[in-house]
Design a protein around this ligand. Structure first.
Ligand code: ARG
Length: 574
């Protein structure tokens, strides 16, 4: 593949100028360069007060001296001093040229990069529990994880998606006990998970009253771990029934995994964990159980094996760390899991230090912690069985959209398909638009608002770009575009947004925060709407039309790619 032209990096150009003026070399100036909140204050700004201490001068003096020394050129037009900042104005024609040339060359790969080359990223996401409902918390990890997966991949990382299915643990001892007792009373053909849940709720109630039954449940899990054929058979049945349900959701969402190794996969890999921990003197006996004491780190204790020899959720995670480190030699292993499990991850990452894996991998263990999803009815608990089903939620969204289409545009082709893209896209977007650590409230009025900061709004703007392009015979080539005709405020805002696409993707992987991309796509859509309102695109003046159509097509490419990276599909009509 040919190298192609390089898109100008204005931040880098500016930081080099500052470094030269300050006579600094290889400095980290670039990290300090900001984008001013208001474009009248320049395109980039350098806060000078950081230097005041080192240079022992007032920011004002430094800024003025620096300004004199900055050499302007064809890329940087103007520098100004404003309250402790040095503001840089870039040459907008150069900006336009560099952005549009890059888009012409890369097309739908615009924004991709090779910064990830040679690096392996594991993304663990979704990980629902067998025989339990897939709830809206699981929806959130699925959607966040899939977006991160796509974005890392687009930036050249070798990316591996893992689903750490919750298919093991004492709860299966309970499920087996319940199934044994009452299995024949339930019909598993209709809604298997719901029926299994009824058994689970029922056996839990019994366990609370009767310690004996609880012990039987614990025994069952031990038997399962020891390979007992009856228990294994029932457990397999639970797993198949559940996966069938989960796959329906993954199909609707269009989400895939490279590996579906659940917790059970690690059942034969846990002895080694105990051995290594013992060897390294961190495992202690306590009432027949083995534990790692993390009190000195303020992290409580972590049980590695229970008094009856059974392993725990934490042990399986430790075995998974060891296995993944050896098998994939990862640079990062991201766990997209709810913030309720913060303590769990701090514990296992701390214990991992004693597992003899290398430093790079220890540092690469990252809990991508996300906030709870709240419905108006408050927090959900599986145990009480009060849970919104994700399948129902997605279908309801599709139906609501279909109803809106029936009202507003009954003639539309492929209504069902389009409603699915919009309805599912709306739910996905809603899961990604807030900073992921924040709790998220689910409200249909917000999710499906076509004018709000929503998935449907972005889709709507995209469809508008498409219908504009349908009005012209063909999209002009870049050589027929006069950049001078795109120098008005609204065109430039679109162009500068397009320019930022790659940096937005870099920020997403730096912070593991897909909401940055979600918000960006709203900005881009809004800037396009303004551009569209202010400028007549289909125009008597062919030169003007060519330039505006070209910009419209470019926006379409980035909106489509950006939403695709979030896991959202674009409708053809709206
Ligand atoms: N199955 C767990 C749950 O639904 C999440 C698993 C998270 N991943 C992990 N490696 N512990 O809460």
């Amino acid at each position: 593949m040919k190298e192609g032209i390089k898109m100008l990096e204005f931040k880098k150009i500016i930081s080099e100028k500052i470094e030269k003026a300050l006579d600094l070399e290889g400095n980290k100036i670039i990290e300090y360069i900001e984008i001013p909140p208001n474009r009248e204050m320049g395109d980039y700004a350098f806060p000078v007060f950081n230097l005041a201490k080192t240079l022992k001068k007032s920011p004002q003096v430094i800024a003025n001296e620096l300004k004199e020394k900055i050499v302007l050129d064809e890329y940087i037009e103007k520098v100004e001093v404003l309250s402790g900042y040095l503001n840089f104005y870039i040459n907008k024609l150069e900006l336009t040229k560099t952005v549009l040339e890059e888009i012409e060359e890369k097309k739908e790969n615009y924004g991709s990069s090779s910064i990830g080359k040679g690096k392996t990223i594991l993304v663990e996401y979704s990980s629902p529990n067998i025989a339990k409902p897939f709830h809206i918390g699981h929806l959130r990890t699925t959607v966040i994880g899939a977006a991160l997966y796509n974005i890392y991949k687009f930036l050249g990382y070798s990316t591996i998606g893992l689903n750490h299915l919750g298919d093991y643990g004492t709860q299966f001892g309970k499920m087996i006990e319940g199934y044994k007792r009452w299995g024949t009373e339930y019909d598993f053909n209709k809604d298997p998970i719901e029926e299994l849940m009824k058994i689970y709720v029922r056996i839990n109630e019994l366990c609370e009253k009767d310690e004996e039954v609880l012990n039987l449940c614990r025994e069952n899990f031990k038997k399962l771990e020891d390979g007992d054929s009856y228990c294994t058979e029932i457990w397999n049945e639970f797993k198949n029934l559940s996966l069938k349900e989960f796959n329906k959701i993954y199909d609707i969402l269009g989400v895939k995994f490279d590996y579906m190794n659940g917790e059970a996969f690690y059942s034969d890999k846990m002895d080694e964990v105990s051995e290594i921990l013992k060897k390294n003197d961190v495992l202690v006996e306590s009432n027949g159980a083995t534990i790692v004491d993390l009190e000195d780190k303020n992290l409580g204790v972590c049980i590695v094996t229970k008094s009856n020899g059974s392993t725990t959720y934490a042990t399986r995670d430790l075995a998974a760390i060891l296995y993944r480190a050896r098998t994939y030699k990862f640079d990062k292993c991201l766990y997209v899991v709810a913030s309720e499990q913060n303590l769990h991850f701090r514990q296992i990452f701390e214990i991992a230090k004693s597992l003899e894996i290398n430093d790079k991998q220890l540092k690469g263990l990252i809990h991508v912690s996300y906030g709870m999803v709240r419905l108006t009815s408050g927090k959900m608990s599986t145990r009480e069985g009060t849970v919104i089903k994700v399948n129902d939620l997605l279908n309801e969204s599709i139906e609501r959209v279909l109803k809106i289409i029936e009202e507003k545009n009954p003639e539309m082709e492929n209504k069902a398909e389009e409603a699915k893209r919009i309805g599912v896209g709306a739910v996905i977007y809603n899961n990604l638009c807030t900073t992921i650590i924040k709790d998220q409230v689910f409200d249909w009025e917000i999710v499906l608002n076509f004018n709000g900061e929503t998935g449907p709004y972005i889709q709507y703007v995209y469809v508008r770009t498409k219908s504009i392009l349908e009005k012209v015979d063909e999209i002009p080539r870049l050589k027929d575009v006069d950049f001078n005709l795109l120098q008005d405020k609204d065109s430039l805002r679109v162009i500068s947004n397009l320019y930022n696409f790659k940096n937005v993707l870099y920020s997403v992987v730096e912070k593991n925060e897909p909401s940055i991309l979600a918000k960006y796509l709203i900005d881009l859509s809004q800037s396009f709407s303004n551009f569209y309102n202010e400028n007549r695109i289909i125009n008597e003046d062919k030169e003007v039309q060519n330039a505006r159509v070209y910009l419209t097509a470019s926006v379409g490419i980035v909106l489509k790619k950006g939403t695709e990276l979030l896991g959202i599909q674009m409708p053809n009509k709206m």
